[in-house]
Design a protein around this ligand. Structure first.
Ligand SMILES: [Zn+2]
Length: 316
């Protein structure tokens, strides 16, 4: 009798395990231009991704003059570790999205999308689709400075780091921006410095697009892809030195913060101290959030389309 009970128990456990495994079987949903693969618990999210994908692709096409590949696969995973296993690429735990250039494949970390602190899925999707478009535009042999690529992708995606503009402005005031030359191949490992790298890249590209137009940004991308150093490309395209554009950008950013600075100068030192404490607390919260939100880790894969047409690559 006891043996029979034990056998029944084993069979029950086996059935439960089988049911759990079936419940975790990933499913694929497809729609115009996209295949979304996700576990059943994300079925609703996957459906919304399929429905909204044409709109996201159109937004990217409108901004960059070219759309994502004809068919994009989107993988939605529970967290970065699961996403890493699913895509077979190493990812850091705070990664929110990843674009596999040349494979027309995007990965989304659902943990970083969860309300109320999560990022809008549309922002991450536009960002990662922009990486795919740039990957096809540049081809496998050419790269552009990372600050320019991340700036362009945030400009198209919609910045998720606007709350850190105050950091940017204080850095501007103290002349403590990260040199562009230090952001060519990688961003800093330090979370706060990396956050600054993102917002600095976004803010400068956004300013260039606002002041000179989106077409200028794309011409800058193409020139950089053809090996022209960005300062020289800026001069050839505008007749102005990059440092002059940077000065204009800094004035633009300072003007945006002018009212806040006047307010801080007008209130008493005691209130200033209280404000600084609050800002320090918010900064800590932002950095913690940033660890989950940071979008990078784009794997450079061979692109399927030919690179942007260039003349002979110029010597730096
Ligand atoms: Zn990115």
């Amino acid at each position: 009798m006891r043996r029979a009970v034990r056998l029944c128990g084993s069979a029950l456990l086996g059935l439960l395990a089988g049911a759990a495994a079936r419940a975790e079987e990933w499913q694929e949903l497809s729609g115009p231009g996209v295949i979304v693969e996700a576990a059943p618990r994300y079925a609703g999210f996957a459906e919304s991704l399929v429905r909204s994908f044409p709109a996201r692709a159109a937004e990217v096409r409108a901004a960059l003059g070219a759309g994502p590949p004809a068919l994009v696969k989107v993988t939605v995973a529970r967290d970065a570790a699961e996403l890493s296993r699913r895509l077979s690429v190493p990812l850091r735990p705070w990664v929110a999205g990843v674009a596999l250039k040349g494979k027309a494949h995007v990965g989304l970390n659902a943990a970083s999308l969860r309300p109320p602190t999560g990022l809008p899925a549309a922002v991450i999707l536009r960002h990662e689709l922009s990486h795919l478009v740039l990957g096809e535009r540049l081809g496998p042999e050419r790269t552009i400075p990372l600050w320019l690529e991340e700036g362009v992708c945030q400009w198209v995606g919609g910045s998720a780091y606007l709350g850190q503009r105050s950091d940017l402005v204080s850095r501007l005031s103290f002349g403590a921006l990260i040199p562009w030359g230090a952001l060519v191949r990688s961003f800093p490992d330090d979370a706060q410095q990396a956050a600054l790298a993102y917002v600095q890249s976004y803010a400068f590209v956004d300013y260039l697009a606002t002041a000179r137009g989106g077409r200028f940004v794309l011409e800058l991308v193409d020139a950089a892809a053809c090996g022209t150093p960005v300062p020289r490309a800026v001069f050839e395209l505008t007749g102005e030195a990059q440092v002059d554009l940077e000065s204009a950008w800094m004035r633009y950013e300072r003007e945006r913060e002018r009212r806040l600075l006047y307010f801080l100068q007008a209130v008493s030192p005691l209130v200033v101290g209280a404000v600084l404490v609050v800002l320090a607390w918010r900064r800590r919260a932002r950095v913690a959030r940033f660890l989950l939100e940071r979008m990078e880790e784009e794997e450079a894969m061979p692109a399927a389309l030919p690179p942007v047409g260039c003349g002979p690559v110029r010597e730096p």
